[in-house]
Design a protein around this ligand. Structure first.
Ligand SMILES: [Zn+2]
Ligand SMILES: [Zn+2]
Length: 257
């Protein structure tokens, strides 16, 4: 499988996964115009995308979704609550023929891919991390979670390519421009992972798993820097494992897993 990050930050999250003729997005938190322009950079078009899988309803993950669904008729893979929240925000119903219901712990398929939605705690009605399998290759994507779950750690154990958020530095969060309320929200079990929490997951993946690449994602522009996040997690990386921070607003390189 191949994977590319089109954008990874609180101003937009969008990841493309492909194999042969099968291409799908996980989240679409950019304008469709921007998604099209980024896809064009790698010679792809929207019409080649089979669907969009959502982690949750926050705008940095769903900005382009209404246009993708209403105008381009792309199938939408999401939970009932995420669909309801989306419809509430747009004031428009999604054609049920385009909706593929996602349920926690229930694996589903997109062609030869098998996706396992793993619920995580975040400040939305629901939010999911995904374990994506193709043959014996496994990619796990987990952004927007306040803490790791045992199900996620089980997935991490068999993951070849891990995309994990390293959202904030506890020190930088305290001196950030965020209000005390927002700082408390980010720092809670329903918020985001700190560099320290991510470091623990990286350590686990390297010691107990078979991971080859780790990409730090959703790095906050207000309370973290890619260098701070990387320097923290790098300490736990063992020989033979590559670690990198995903670009916040630009397209990443294409990764073959
Ligand atoms: Zn987010
Ligand atoms: Zn979120």
């Amino acid at each position: 499988m191949k994977y590319i990050s089109l954008s990874s930050s609180s101003s937009g999250n969008c990841y493309l996964i492909e194999n042969g003729d099968t291409r799908f997005l996980i989240d679409a938190g950019l304008s469709v115009k921007r998604i099209k322009a980024l896809l064009a950079e790698i010679g792809e078009e929207l019409t080649s995308i089979k669907g969009v899988v959502l982690t949750h309803s926050h705008r940095d993950h769903t900005k382009g979704v209404p246009t993708l669904v209403y105008r381009y008729n792309l199938p939408l893979y999401c939970t009932k609550s995420t669909l309801q929240d989306l419809e509430k925000n747009t004031g428009r119903e999604v054609d049920r023929a385009l909706w593929r219901e996602v349920e926690s712990h229930k694996e589903f398929e997109i062609d030869n891919f098998s996706l396992l939605p793993m619920p995580v705690t975040h400040d939305t009605r629901d939010c999911h991390a995904y374990r994506v399998k193709l043959g014996d290759k496994v990619l796990t994507l987990a952004t927007d979670l306040g803490k790791a779950t045992s199900e996620l750690m089980e997935a991490v154990k068999i993951t070849d390519h891990l995309i994990i958020e390293s959202n904030y530095s506890e020190t930088l969060l305290q001196v950030s421009s965020y209000t005390a309320f927002l700082r408390g929200r980010i720092d809670s079990d329903n918020g985001h992972l700190s560099n320290v929490q991510t470091g623990e997951i990286v350590d686990f993946a390297c010691k107990k798993g078979r991971v080859k690449h780790i990409h730090l994602a959703h790095i906050s522009a207000n309370s973290n820097t890619p260098e701070t996040a990387l320097n923290y997690s790098k300490k736990f990386v063992t020989d033979g494992v590559e670690i990198d921070a995903l670009p916040r607003k630009e397209i990443s390189e294409m990764w073959e897993i």
